[in-house]
Design a protein around this ligand. Structure first.
Ligand code: TXA
Ligand code: MG
Length: 327
């Protein structure tokens, strides 16, 4: 567990309007007191994030929902009961008093109870010390870059811009939370994640729909996101050896992200072998991309993943990384 003195220091920093790096089960967050607009503004400055991108407010439990949201439907409590603490964010109608800087001026707010002991301890201590009990936190990366899954990644991304990074070890899920919009009455999937539409349907009998064009923005839904600086492309496993040979002949160094079998030894400059199932693959994905991005290669080659529903969240992150890589 965490050091009580560190938690106490984090609470003091939050109350003083400073930023704290926070471990969650999905990715590390960059947190500020969600009720303090000046503190939240520091998040945007540190990340280089456009001001109209709304943030998720992390709360200690579903009993805090009505501090931040109004007209909370029963469905929200049903999902909270089964999935919180855990990697699910609910978009609800915003309560008066939630700062505009948190919601990007929208009339909705994103809320989640994170499933990480250090994050929960911090949230409870923050509320108990007279704080708002809400910590606004996006992923603790520079805007558009790879989300951090260790405390060291947060330091690498943000350096001195963050006063304290609580170290909760490597994130167990490894990709950002599933986002479900409940503000229109029916569940809409804004961002796929570890909690699948099938799991949500199993709990409430409603399968989340795909968003329409009118759905609210989610920065995780920008086409280019989660991206390394190195160019990337995806190649079918069956063509991988041939592709790598051609690249070697043209003098280009490749870093390979494989999952079905290791690339032939000695062909790529660097490679990472990820689990051949989506949960393990998601767990390792960002750290592997980060490592290949630092490997001094000209191109990151991703072995194409299966096109099945179980791989939806991973496919989403890879598609956005491919769109933004090298920029
Ligand atoms: O797992 C996660 O959700 C992590 C950890 C730290 O909790 N956080 C995270 O935050 O991924 P961020 O800011 O990188 O992504 C939050 C997403 C964005 O795509 C944002 O647009 C969306 O949530 N979002 C937040 N409030 C929203 C709202 N009111 N309506 C629509 N989308 C919203
Ligand atoms: Mg993010």
């Amino acid at each position: 567990m965490s050091d009580p003195a560190e938690i106490a220091r984090a609470v003091e920093l939050l109350k003083a309007g400073e930023l704290v790096g926070i471990p969650t089960e999905t990715v590390y967050g960059l947190g500020a007191d969600a009720a303090n607009p000046l503190a939240v503004a520091k998040i945007f400055a540190a990340k280089g994030r456009p001001a109209d991108h709304p943030l998720i407010v992390h709360i200690p439990g579903a009993n805090h929902l009505e501090r931040w949201a109004v007209d909370v439907p029963d469905l929200a409590y049903e999902l909270a009961e089964d999935f919180w603490p855990g990697p699910l964010t609910l978009i609800l109608k915003r309560a008066p008093g939630v700062p505009d800087v948190v919601t990007g001026g929208q009339d909705t707010v994103g809320l989640r109870v994170p499933g990480h002991p250090v994050a929960l301890e911090l949230l409870r201590a923050f509320a108990a010390a007279g704080g708002s009990g809400g910590i606004a936190a996006p992923s603790a990366n520079r805007f558009g870059r790879i989300s951090p899954t260790t405390a060291a990644h947060v330091r690498e991304e943000l350096g001195d811009a963050v006063a304290l990074v609580l170290d909760g070890g490597p994130c167990v899920v490894g990709i950002e939370s599933t986002i479900i919009d409940l503000s229109s009455g029916r569940p809409v999937l804004l961002r796929p994640g570890h909690i699948t539409p099938a799991a949500i349907e199993a709990v409430c009998g409603l399968r989340p729909e795909a968003p329409t064009a009118a759905a609210p923005r989610a920065s995780g839904t920008l086409e280019a996101h989660y991206a390394p600086l190195t160019p990337m492309r995806s190649v079918d496993g069956a063509r991988l050896a041939q592709f790598l040979n051609a690249m070697r002949h043209s003098g280009r160094r490749c870093g390979v992200l494989a999952h079905s079998q290791p690339p032939q030894a000695g062909v790529p400059h660097a490679w990472k072998m990820l689990p051949a199932e989506p949960v393990g693959y998601a767990h390792d994905l960002y750290a592997a991309l980060r490592e290949l991005d630092h490997a001094g290669v000209d191109l990151i080659v991703v072995e194409a993943i299966p096109e099945t529903p179980q791989w939806q969240a991973v496919a989403d992150r890879l598609r956005r990384a491919l769109a933004g890589a090298g920029a």
